[in-house]
Design a protein around this ligand. Sequence first.
Ligand code: ADP
Length: 674
Amino acid sequence: MGLFKKNIEEEPATEKEPGYLQDLYKELDQTFLPDHAQKAVRRELERLEKTDPSIAEFSVGANYIKFVLSLPWGKMSEDNLDLERAERILNAEHLGLSQVKERILDHLATSIMCQSRTYQILVVDDEPIALENLAHTLKKESYNVFTASNGQEALDLFESTPFDLVVTDLKMQKMNGIQLLENVRNISPETKFIITTGYATVESAVDALKKGAAHYLPKPVKLETLRQTARELLDQKRRYQVPRGSVLCFSGPPGIGKTSVGRSIANAFGRSFICLSMAALRDEAELRGHRRTYVGALPGRILSEIQKAGVKNPVLMLDEIDKIGQDFRGDPASVLLEVLDPKQNSRFLDYYLDIPFDLSQLMFITTANSVEKLPSPLLDRMEIIPFSSYTMGEKRQIAQNYLIPRQLEAHGLNKNDLMFSEQALDSMIMGYTREAGLRNLEREVAQICRKIDRLIFQKKETVPKKIEKNDIDQLLGPPRFTFETRTVNVRPGVATGLVWTEFGGQIIFIETAIMKGNQNLIMTGSLGEILKESAQTALSFVRSSAEQFGINPDFFNGHDIHIHIPAGSIPKDGPSAGITIAVALLSLLTKRPAKSEVAMSGELTLSGELLPVSGLREKVLAAQQAGLKTVIFPLKNERDIKALSSEVRDAATIISAESIAAVVELALEKSLKT
Ligand code: ADP
């Protein structure tokens, strides 16, 4: 018992013990906090001195103080500003993605350039000792420091050197500090001024500030204060220099490497990495915390994560910013803007903390599946880097080089225990994971590893060393996706389209039917407004050009037409299904079934013109995944088709068609004339 007591004597006092507040005071003295945080903690400590430790309010206050003390107010990890190393890391950790890597490296180069810029400071004083002391203090901070012993000499130096900051004495022969400031304003309005003087009168201070000085320091100048003031001013300048759109936004379907590239960037800079999912965020308080007047109030997620990271300059990934809950209370875009804007985020206010915290040292990366619906002020702040779907070949290679080795290790196996044949991987990609990215593929690899682990434990004699195509059924069950498309289009009136969604390219079947009725157009399948308009346009086009296609021009009389796009739970919109709807209708009315291996995408005008569409790569890859052989795009997409990589062009036969009549001939089974 005695021994136990001795041990706990060395522990800090607990809340209810008398020394508790003293310990907190001691901790406050030993911790670096900026002035405003010092004051807030002291105020709270003084309040707690008058509060009974047994009531809940005491604990709330004490927890608050501990939280403030635990924040990394001044702690930063040192950046590794080596661009070549960054490139090496990005390449080693990710295969392909060459355009993404290029743009990231451009961005990092600018960021490194801005960060490594050495600021030029001019110190002006007619007392040699003061001049030397001030200059020495600033040189130690690695600024480029110049000196002058009066205003005129300083002004002359401006002719050859641009200065970011001037630290000048007020009273000097020839030209005093204020005159120097006024002269410099004309030639270099961006230069900041700190005025120092022994004649510390209120008037001279006010006068200097009125004329545009940023700060006023009485003499003898406290060197630590000078150091901090200069740092603050120059940091501010650096923030204002950050180019617009300096926050990276990775956009693209899930599982395509956005998070993992973000992590590599953090590795490259030697910073810690935090990923905050914005999906399903319901309340501003989740980001910003609750006011302490709430029972059980907590800080927001941003500050909690920074506290855990222990440094104030991690890489913070705000994941899926396009998925912030619809029923978000508060305005998500304005919170995000405040967090991401370097002019505002140096004074970020978490409601729990209740005093500003500087987020400007964080490196922000956001991700979104689709940036289309993001508000423009937010888009304006970000540099969008699109990630696109992987081809079969890339998936195979990434699986062999990254996913499989990682999963083998995670499951206690190594490459001598288990290999995957190319055909096995192809079968997993085509039959089990119809996706743009690699998430499900990685999951399936993991599942096979678990099965192998189990077989090893069961000491089965037939533990496969190499997974072949034929093993896949047994290990993963029957394939989840089959090429059902081949049988779908046997009936006239059904055509296969290709659309772009935030999850990558997708194939859709457009079904049409005609029945007795009253000239109604019925549309079902969660169609968005634009898609509905495309359907109306397609029908009007077919009605107005019926004769050209050998259709009775009165076909609509006494009939209804129904257009249905199955998979109703997926909301669909956009104009690119126009030609598919027209082809489905023409197939219906000419009774010529559409060829099952052909898919198409293109916008249709009322006069039958074909307008270009976007997302070609994703669409071709979706067609390939679904086992379709031919893809038709409008002729106006010719340039985009040429820009596709050879692997994508080889994924299907890509045909560009000039008119809907040409599409009909390519897509429908029998020629009209027969
Ligand atoms: P996202 O954030 O886009 O949803 P992830 O970054 O989580 O996707 O990627 C899913 C998985 O695929 C991760 O294990 C990631 O490391 C891997 N991955 C994705 N792209 C690549 C690539 N180009 N090279 C290597 N691995 C990749």
